[in-house]
Design a protein around this ligand. Structure first.
Ligand SMILES: N[C@@H](CCC(=O)N[C@@H](CS)C(=O)NCC(=O)O)C(=O)O
Length: 215
């Protein structure tokens, strides 16, 4: 493929949604161009493709995908060399979607408050950390029984969820390392050491594209 006609991914290096999308694209070995976006100064072209103004956004010819899970599916339906997605049973798929829905929903809400507790002074940071606990205990209970969230091996649910657990672990690193989640710690550490993750986190220069002011 001509590198200039490869699909384009608007991305933000540290964004957990963009990380999960890049992981699936890299795993599927799909040639891609990545435009690193500044969230404080998003390029006009991003809004032309998707008015939501969130990342990641994938542009492949006329096709635009502006939801990270759908980008993962788009990639893995083309090539799924490590059996993350297409060979899952109905039950495994349904369990995956439940875990991801609760991650992207309630857990993410409390995670943001925990990360930015100073912007939500109505409660303490510890209060917000405690609100994250029921979801994390759910993951911990699964990971006590098996090495990964859906079955023995990693699947797309692990990849979709771990960037958010990573964020949680970084708020109070030593608390997390010694806290009530030994199996989650083990799971997270092995995912962070994964060469695929190291590759998707490699630093890319920010784009010099035309900016849309005010975003
Ligand atoms: N549901 C979307 C959520 C994407 C999202 O919220 N991304 C954040 C960055 S981590 C974003 O672009 N926020 C808009 C902003 O910060 O202006 C997805 O899964 O792709």
């Amino acid at each position: 493929m001509n590198p200039d006609s490869a699909p384009l991914l608007y991305s933000f290096r540290r964004c957990p949604y963009a990380i999960r999308a890049r992981m699936a694209i890299y795993s599927a070995a799909i040639p891609i161009r990545i435009e690193e976006v500044s969230l404080k100064d998003k390029p006009r072209a991003l809004f032309e493709h998707s008015s939501k103004g969130t990342v990641p956004v994938l542009v492949d010819g006329d096709k635009v995908i502006d939801e990270s899970l759908e980008i993962m599916q788009w990639a893995l339906e083309q090539n799924d060399p490590d059996n993350w997605y297409v060979s899952l049973s109905q039950e495994e798929l349904s369990n995956s979607h439940k875990l991801i829905r609760d991650n992207d929903g309630e857990f993410k809400t409390w995670l943001d408050r925990y990360k930015y507790a100073d912007r939500h002074p109505e409660h303490s940071q510890e209060y917000y950390r405690n609100q994250c606990d029921s979801y994390l205990q759910r993951l911990e209970a699964v990971l006590k029984q098996q090495p990964s969230l859906i079955k023995h091996d990693i699947t797309f649910a692990d990849v979709a969820i771990f960037p958010f657990v990573r964020q949680f672990s970084m708020v109070e690193q030593s608390w997390f390392a010694q806290g009530p989640y030994p199996n989650l710690n083990r799971w997270l550490t092995s995912l962070l050491d994964w060469p695929l993750f190291v590759r998707v986190m490699a630093k890319k220069p920010a784009s010099n594209g035309e900016r849309k002011k005010g975003h």
